[in-house]
Unconditional design. Sequence first.
Length: 505
Amino acid sequence: MTATISPTAAAQVISRIHTDLFIDGRWSPAASGATFTVENPATGEALAEVADGSADDARRALQTAADHQAAWAATSPRSRSEILYRAYQLIIDRTDEIASVMTAEMGKPFAEARGEVAYGAEFFRWFAEEAVRIGGDHTVTGDGANRVVVSKQPVGPCILVTPWNFPLAMGTRKIGPAVAAGCTMVFKPAELTPLTALLLTEILAEAGLPDGVLNVVTTSDPGTVVGEWMTSGKARKVSFTGSTEVGKILLGQAAGTVMRTSMELGGNAPFIVCADADVDRAIEGVMVAKMRNMGQACTAANRIFVHRSVLDEFTEKLSARMGGLVVGDGGQDGTQVGPLVEEKAVDKVTTLVSDAVERGARIVCGGERPDGAGHFYPPTVLTDVDAAADLMHTEIFGPVAAIIPFGADGADAGAGSSDDEEVVRLANDTTWGLVGYLFTRDIDRADRLSTQLEVGMVGVNTGLVSNPAAPFGGVKQSGLGREGGRLGIEEFLDVKYIARPIPTP
């Protein structure tokens, strides 16, 4: 599916977006008056000037959130639910507007941006339903002397920090449960893609979110702004999506005030194609798992392990699909692969591919950085990738499919357990553990390998695991906690136990 958006139409939408800070229900410039520029990664052209918040702005935003916490927590679950329902519908009604902004500032093709709008909106609808289902417990102690009343209460003011790659969905995935639970928020969207988040902020205000509940500080200096929040003692939770490196810094800061944390960090996803896999189905799966968002996703298939018995067929079919993709401006009709988000991203991918080739990998398609404007890199397939290559131990975050053969060759290969043991060992040889993908026709193998993979999520015969109804998150250095699903709201709630003596008859 392809779609297009007029550059003029996108510019008109962007021109109407408030680009100041949003604190206590009002838009205002940064205290210093500073701004920073948001650029279109397909052209390098400036899209807008956005308020560049500082530590002073951060303090004001968090104090506002703290001041409004008690009143917001006291609102009824139904009223919070209805705000989220209204916001959901407003997002759906404005799908093309939001998608046009996302394509302009982030680069993803317009059709894919529309898909993110639908996905992101669904978090609001999901948590609108969860808001009225926050439960508790009521039991009697074993000796019959006391009643045990367990309730759940909002954790308090929350710090929300989102990445640039899914600028709407990462916002709704955090804001949705915070609103549903009754938490106020300070929100720092990514400096590369703040416009979508600011448009989302406008929609929430239109949906009736009270002043002071959501406070947004855009900044080109995230360390200063978020650091101010982390060390203040006023915030009681941080929810962060981003790199493991930054996540570790925030965990260290959170320890200072014993703050609740949700960390959705880096990934190094294995994609396993067993000897008995449906190769055509695996190709469809890897195109989703690898090429969603031009490979710029923590869930992207990073290491593609293919059994030698189907290696040639898989490589040939994947190369044909990857090589046939149309690269260009995400707003243009026919574009299937947009630019990477910034020039540093292209530099990183180029370096990783060069290193792999120097270690013996073979380029089957792509692999050459194009000339001209924009931050583009072609869809690339590498085979015979050495285990020591840097891209085996680094998030690629680009449209590069690295194929690593495993197992014995031959028509009957893979029937035994040694090939399975080998690929599980290779797949688990990483400090990350967010998601893994597994393609096999054998249900017993699927169950066994899914259990053995050291990840928080497994896609069996599918390349897409993200869903608002599912608990998203990883193990090892891929993070802590879960977002989405029934567990998602629990991250924003504290448990309180009240003991009450039972009167003697």
